[in-house]
Unconditional design. Sequence first.
Length: 202
Amino acid sequence: MSLRRSFVMMSMTRACIYFLSTLMLLLTACSGLLPKGSTESQSGFATFEEAREAIERVKPYETTVAQLKDLGFDVQASANVRQIPYPEVVARLAPNPSVPLAMLDPGIRDCIEARQLCRAYEFSFGRQNSYREGNFWADFLNFRRRTEITGWRFQGLIVARDGVVLFRNYGGEPQIKQTERQSNPLGPLQPAGEAAGALIKR
């Protein structure tokens, strides 16, 4: 009997080890099934630093609008450029009317005085990656979800008159790193529970 019992125990132990090993492999494989995504604003720049260095090579009163294309800021063909109307240009460059023109940057002052001859272009470049991490089954069943977001975002402003750049500026986020967490105690039943709660409040 003791030999038979030992054999049964060894078989059960091997079965448990096999089951746990298989489970770990499945969980590892399932983690690769979590959703991933990316959003990219088309440009010739791979990073925020590349875009920053390019716009810093734009020299007010020297660089022409035609030369902007070689620097990566094509006002005609860029997919993510917006021409700003003159009233908005004034509101953005000189938001405080109590500040005299003499106190403003020369390029801004010349743009305001040029009125409709002033042209302003806003460029928006960047990339954003999102991917979910954590336990596959908790994510799949909507109990817990954690989304990691990384990337960068660049916004550049170029103001010109008569084909010559008067002013340029830039901003944005050199490094985006965010974590979004969502917890649903009801798991897959969470939407139904929220809908029922809304009906009760009525």
